[in-house]
Design a binder for this molecule. Structure first.
Ligand code: PMP
Length: 351
């Protein structure tokens, strides 16, 4: 007997999240998370909210969080969509804008979820190779008539393209939908957000999982024109109206309002990243210069797969890819100073 769902969704391919061990013994640097806790104000807000929050359904419009995000970014709540992580936001983007067979494109190599969602929604997708040095050439996207998803900066390479390049793409065909995933934008990059007012075919996606230290809370959001956000909310109401819990809504508001803590965490990560990149280069690793909360570097003596396994034996989890273009590389989250010192000691012992 075959299950209807499995037949129907033969295109479905589960995302590989990397190792997510329960065992907190590991120094977990394999998923671009955060070594900082959320703002203390988040914990206070969740604590206050939990009694009423748990005994009633959450606000399906998530107005309070949309307003807090809107006020912070200088847009109205009607221009903000919130989801259970950027992953769900991306999923609702694809569900809202595309029908099976529609054409989209995104880089090869990039965040694997774009391909997995595109397959699941049966889109006709094309992956446009990065250049050999992992930089992104915008021309093939401009020349294509396809809708586009680009992570800027990209994951796992950590490289970003200038906003002016993205504007050329968005302006080149105003009938084309352009989704820019700015999950890592806060660690030293320019955002395309100001372009949202100018172009109604642009959607910018963000997450609280990186610069706001809350991957476990699952909060992501998109900013776009009111019409696009309204469409996304219609789709959300058809599939999962109460997609954010009351606790997450309150915690999210507190996080977005605590600018001082946000600046402190982001600046600490940037400082540590710069120091760590320098030390990796001194050991002899070729490091791709990045503006994210992770580093991407080429193994040179011990092959990357072996290095990953050896680091794991020393209690450190990092990400290694099977894809032949990046199989010599390691992606590693930037943690605290002490954590990165521990990594350097481990690398020197292994090499
Ligand atoms: N976009 C990119 C480029 C990512 O790397 C990730 C997660 N690593 C996400 C989106 C998903 O973020 P979230 O945790 O908010 O679902």
């Amino acid at each position: 007997m075959s299950y209807f769902l499995l037949d129907e969704f033969e295109n479905i391919e589960p995302y590989n999240p990397g190792e997510q061990p329960d065992d907190r013994e590991y120094l977990k640097l394999n998923a671009n998370e955060s070594s900082f806790p959320p703002s203390p104000k988040v914990l206070e807000a969740i604590d206050k909210a939990h009694i009423n929050g748990m005994s009633h359904y959450s606000d399906p419009y998530c107005w309070k969080l949309r307003k807090a995000i809107g006020d912070h970014f200088g847009v109205s709540a009607e221009e903000v969509f919130v989801g259970n992580g950027a992953d769900e936001v991306l999923s609702f983007c694809l569900m809202s804008f595309f029908r099976p067979g529609m054409k989209i494109c995104f880089p090869d190599i990039t965040y694997d979820f774009y391909r997995i969602y595109a397959k699941a929604y049966r889109l006709d997708y094309e992956q446009i190779p990065l250049r050999d040095d992992f930089t992104l050439d915008i021309e093939p996207y401009i020349e294509s008539d396809r809708d586009v998803i680009i992570a800027n900066p990209n994951n796992p390479t950590g490289l970003a393209i200038p906003v002016s390049e993205i504007e050329r793409l968005v302006a080149s065909n105003k009938n084309r939908m352009v989704i820019i995933d700015e999950a890592y934008v806060d660690f030293g990059n320019e955002s395309v957000l100001p372009l949202v007012k100018k172009y109604s075919n642009l959607v910018v996606v963000y997450t609280f999982s990186k610069s706001r230290n809350m991957p476990g809370a699952r909060i992501g959001f998109a900013i776009s024109s009111k019409a696009i956000i309204e469409d996304m909310n219609k789709i959300k109401f058809a599939f999962n109206p109460f997609n954010l819990s009351s606790l997450t809504i309150e915690g999210g508001c507190a996080a977005v309002n605590d600018e001082v803590y946000f600046e402190y965490c982001v600046n600490s990560v940037i400082k540590e990243r710069e120091e760590f990149e320098k030390k990796l280069s001194e050991i002899g690793y070729e490091v791709i210069p990045t503006t994210t909360n992770f580093v991407f570097f080429k193994a040179f003596r011990t092959p990357a797969g072996e290095l990953t396994a050896k680091l794991k034996k020393k209690g450190i989890l990092v990400r290694h890819y099977d894809d032949e273009r990046v199989c010599d590389y390691i992606r590693m989250t930037v943690g605290t100073h002490d954590e990165m010192e521990r990594v350097l000691v481990a690398l020197l012992e292994i090499e």
